[in-house]
Design a protein around this ligand. Structure first.
Ligand code: GDP
Length: 470
């Protein structure tokens, strides 16, 4: 006897028949058929052109993905010719390599998938055991996980994009190219999106791309990509929203946890409020300063009601409205503090506030499947909120806002024992912020303000060097 607050059966055919292809075995990925029971209907419809590009991509993946003859043939050819000049193969590939936390990884996979669609390459992801049980397979009758026995798990002896640029001679390029797009303040800029660079890259059958960034805005510098993206996404601020909902379906294991948590704690509330408290430096930033910031934001913006300091709990008539607050943080103190505050005193509005925090891992862990599962579950639960508060600069929050179609309240990123006013501001777009935009035009001239060079870009509110689509 589960209660589904947002049952809308009309939505089902639309989600499955629109963005998602039909034909999947429902039992293999329950979230694919049930998520619409938990989510609000997205007001953003995928364009017919996006849908046709996805169907086209799926055909390429089915033909060229792992466990096909085309895959075996192409990969064998690539492997054999690795030390020689780029060889022509039936299928071309793009291997995504992880770096950084799960939020970074999810937004960069979405960007990499868009690049794969634009260049007719098959996307393969280097998922170790820590990520095997997070997501369903997104492509029908195939897998996107780089097979364990692939020689391309190793990245040594593979020519890098940097070296190729130094030679600047496409005829010398090999069959495999490693492109490192990881955000770093010191490494030289990679203009891999530029047109003449694409000419260089296009012939190479296998690209290995490492990224922790949502580099979609850089693709706008390429006139061909620009035109295609404009056709695929008439609403520019929905790129991650659509691609994220297309790619990232919780696995049955993750879905069981998400569903159970939602049913037990959040389903019956009148309003769900997600608060993501990311502490980037727990040593220099005292908990009290962060707690003050969270309260100042949520109370002043009327996201949460003030407590009535005059009266005791018993003397206030309840107005029956229940707000459930989902706190996501590595530290349990934030959920505890908030819960205690509302347990001790009634709210001035008479609403009751229930506070839940699914986990408190205390520190970020790498290569840990259980840890990743909790992070994914919390990103997903946050995305089911009605109102979302996130921490500036956190990609964990970006995933939740994009999947959930939410413009979050961005908490200021504190670095020490400070106060900040305003404590939070509402974002203007659902899209993730791209923290590392190009600093040069493709012809090498300095590009001072990337955001103002494209009408669909703006500076991020949470990071002035970053840009995002609007
Ligand atoms: P970002 O560093 O905030 O941009 O987000 P990432 O997701 O890329 O990296 C942070 C990682 O730390 C997450 O993937 C989790 O592994 C862990 N983490 C941080 N905050 C939380 C949280 O609120 N809940 C859980 N379960 N894990 C968290």
């Amino acid at each position: 006897n589960e209660s589904f607050p947002r049952v809308n059966m009309d939505n089902r055919g639309e989600v499955l028949g629109g963005l998602l292809t039909l034909g999947f075995d429902e039992a293999s990925c329950i979230s694919r058929v049930q998520s619409h029971l938990y989510r609000k209907v997205s007001p953003h419809k995928p364009s017919p052109y996006l849908i046709s590009k996805l169907r086209n991509y799926e055909q390429i993946h089915t033909k060229c993905g792992p466990n096909t003859r085309a895959y075996d043939r192409s990969m064998t050819k690539i492997e054999r010719s690795n030390d020689n000049n780029a060889t022509a193969t039936t299928c071309k590939y793009l291997i995504w390599t992880p770096v950084n936390g799960l939020g970074n990884q999810i937004i960069s996979i979405a960007a990499t998938f868009l690049y794969a669609i634009l260049t007719d390459r098959v996307l393969l992801v280097k998922f170790g055991k820590d990520k095997h049980d997070l997501f369903c397979e997104p492509f029908l009758n195939s897998t996107w996980i780089l097979p364990e026995k692939s020689p391309f798990w190793k990245e040594n002896h593979i020519q890098t994009y940097q070296i190729l640029l130094e030679k600047d001679n496409a005829s010398n390029s090999k069959s495999v190219l490693f492109i490192n797009l990881q955000h770093s303040y010191s490494s030289p800029e990679k203009k891999f999106h530029c047109d003449h660079r694409q000419d260089l890259i296009r012939k190479i059958p296998l690209l290995i791309l490492r990224s922790d960034q949502y580099f979609v805005p850089s693709l706008f510098m390429n006139p061909l990509f620009n035109e295609e993206i404009n056709k695929m996404f008439p609403e520019k601020d929905t790129i991650f929203h659509h691609l994220g909902r297309y790619l990232f379906h919780p696995s049955n294991e993750a879905w069981k946890l998400i569903r159970r948590y939602y049913q037990e704690h959040l389903a019956k509330a009148d309003e769900r409020i997600g608060i993501q408290i990311r502490v980037f430096n727990a040593v220099s930033t005292p908990q009290q300063a962060i707690m003050d910031l969270v309260l100042s934001c949520t109370l002043n913006r009327k996201i949460l009601p003030k407590v009535d300091l005059q009266t005791s709990t018993s003397s206030v008539g309840k107005n029956e409205t229940v707000k459930a607050v989902l706190v996501a943080s590595l530290y349990e103190e934030y959920g505890d503090n908030l819960r205690r505050m509302y347990q001790k005193k009634p709210t001035a509005s008479g609403e009751s506030i229930e506070v839940y925090q699914p986990s408190h891992e205390r520190k970020q862990m790498i290569n840990d499947d259980k840890h990743n599962l909790k992070a994914w579950m919390e990103m997903y639960l946050l995305s089911l909120s009605d109102v979302l508060v996130t921490t500036s600069l956190s990609t964990f929050g970006y995933v939740a806002q994009g999947l959930g179609n939410l413009k979050p309240w961005l908490l200021y990123k504190l670095v020490s024992n400070e106060t900040h006013f305003p404590p939070c501001e509402q974002d203007f777009s659902l899209e993730p912020c791209y923290h590392d935009p190009p600093k040069h035009y493709c012809d090498g001239k300095p590009l001072k303000d990337f955001a103002s060079s494209f009408s669909s870009l703006k500076k991020c509110k949470d990071f002035s060097f970053g840009v995002k689509l609007v």
